[in-house]
Design a protein around this ligand. Structure first.
Ligand code: ADP
Ligand code: ASP
Ligand code: MG
Length: 482
């Protein structure tokens, strides 16, 4: 079997974790698999790089310098533990040091210029993965696995949408066939940087935060892998974020559509775009736990699970603002919504959810809070005349908003889901600010205040019987039957 295995930040973030990685790759190779590895930066490193860059533009390069030392220490600890050959140890250390020196000099330039462009930010953000591949390839080699570090700017060709680039698959496939396939055929494990790519001109881009998952499925598709395995720090995709809902359970099987919706609506366990290449190519994706490798985790394929669990998971996206356009003069006037969304689109903002009251007195939609001021300005400009005439009374932005979503293919055509959602939230006295149902009927989304978000997730999780503490209706014995 040809498998692409992606190891996330925690999975490559310590000596103990890397021991697990070595075991996992070794076992797979013993089974006769050919393995391509994709790695993230060590946990916390991407945040450190970005913090260093952001401080530098404020004139402070001291922070970047301190972070440089911290990143060097983290990597050196791993090299010291694995690389007993002093020649190899020093060679890898030097490579990592030279990347960190480049980080320093980029931060210095940013300070001098007083400007941090999205393009420069992508170069800096991707340095953690560049350090990581050199380290992981050396670690595998130290345990007798032939491995080769590869920077994905040679492999993944993208558009120039810095910070959230999209792959150009024909070019990417060509490069991967040329560079990765011969290595795999020679029994060498390519260890590829997650998260980064480059434009056709060779300018470095990134695929967005958490983008190493996306790298793995892009590469899986490009080399026609049999499966893509995402190794992380939880037992697969769960019914809710286990940090918020302690009794969340692993979902054994999800369809691509369900996983896509969950990721889009905030399940951080997978990058929102990552499922797309796998879905297109029909490649099964598994989400597995590096720290509990025997656990079967979650399998994601085309077919939804035959089970009749209507709701499979509850997700939440934070850091959002609710934009509201209201006014009785909008009643029956055609084109207001089109103009509003046209204005929003020109700001390049992603609208996560839309809801219009049936009386047509208000339109509301949700955007990321960091885009809200720009969106507000664009809407006020577009609707200047209507505001003057008071056809539109108000355009406002409410911050500290969370979208909660209940997801599941079995919800389709099942009545009563919305009333259960409202019932559960009502009992917890949680105010529902807005609601929308995806036209696919695979999800219902509810907007609540950030203060209520965790309680609301737990309430919905319990209401739909998703947790380990829940009584499974299929096996419950009713008192009258006893
Ligand atoms: P990695 O570094 O391996 O990519 P991430 O931190 O990006 O790992 O994603 C894994 C984390 O996603 C988990 O530790 C968990 O807290 C969080 N998470 C959020 N929602 C879910 C969910 N529904 N199922 C599993 N994990 C989730
Ligand atoms: N290191 C990158 C991030 O922290 C990409 C990833 O981990 O997937 O966003
Ligand atoms: Mg991740």
């Amino acid at each position: 079997m040809l498998v692409v295995m992606k190891f996330g930040g925690t999975s490559v973030g310590s000596v103990a974790a890397l021991e697990k990685v070595v075991d996992i790759v070794t076992r797979s190779r013993r089974r006769g698999d050919r393995v391509a590895v994709v790695v993230s930066a060590m946990s916390g490193v991407t945040d450190m790089l970005l913090r260093g860059a952001c401080q530098s533009v404020q004139g402070d390069t001291e922070t970047a310098h301190q972070l440089h030392q911290e990143m060097l220490r983290r990597h050196r600890e791993v090299l010291d533990a694995f690389l007993s050959d002093p020649g190899v140890h020093d060679e890898v250390l030097k490579a990592i040091q030279s990347l960190l020196d480049e980080f320093d000099s980029l931060c210095h330039s940013i300070k001098v210029l007083g400007e941090l462009t999205p393009r420069a930010l992508d170069v800096i953000a991707g340095m953690g993965e560049r350090m990581s591949v050199r380290q992981v390839a050396a670690v595998l080699e130290s345990r007798g696995i032939a491995a080769r570090a590869i920077d994905a700017d040679r492999l993944i060709v993208t558009d120039n949408n810095f910070g959230a680039a999209s792959p150009l698959m024909p070019q990417t496939t060509r490069r991967c066939q040329e560079i990765l396939v011969p290595l795999l055929e020679a029994g060498i494990v390519p260890v590829v940087t997650g998260f980064i790519g480059a434009t056709e001109e060779g300018i470095v881009t990134t695929l967005g935060r958490g983008g190493s998952d996306y790298s793995a499925t892009i590469l899986g598709c490009a080399i026609a892998a049999d499966e893509v395995w995402i190794w992380t720090d939880v037992n697969g995709v769960m019914t809710a974020d286990p940090r918020i809902v302690p009794d969340a359970r692993t979902i054994p099987h999800l369809s691509y559509i369900e996983m896509g919706e969950m990721a889009y609506f905030g399940a951080k366990v997978l990058h929102p775009q990552a499922i797309r290449p796998a879905k297109r190519a029909g490649i099964p994706v598994r989400i597995l736990n590096t720290f509990e490798p025997e656990h079967p985790g979650t399998l994601i394929t085309r077919e939804p699970d035959g089970g009749d669990k209507r709701v499979k998971a509850v997700t939440a996206i934070r850091g959002l603002s609710l934009m509201v356009i209201e006014g009785s003069g909008m009643l029956g006037v055609p084109g207001v919504a089109a103009r509003a969304f046209g204005a929003v689109a020109r700001t390049g903002t992603n609208v996560l959810m839309i809801s219009q009251s049936s009386s047509e007195q208000s339109i509301c939609f949700v955007v990321p809070t960091h885009d809200a001021p720009r969106v507000l300005a664009a809407l006020r400009e577009e609707m200047e005349r209507e505001l003057e005439r008071q056809d539109i009374e108000n355009i406002t932005a409410q911050d500290n908003i969370v979208i909660l979503t209940v997801v599941g293919a079995g919800m389709r055509g099942t009545p009563g889901i919305a009333s259960k959602v409202f019932g559960a939230l009502g009992r917890e006295r949680i105010n529902v600010i807005a609601i929308a149902q995806g036209s696919s009927e695979y999800n219902i989304s509810i907007v609540v205040d950030q203060r209520d978000a965790d309680n609301a997730v737990r309430a919905l999780h319990a209401e739909f019987g998703l947790g380990t503490n829940a009584v499974d209706p299929a096996t419950a014995v009713s008192p009258s039957a006893m």
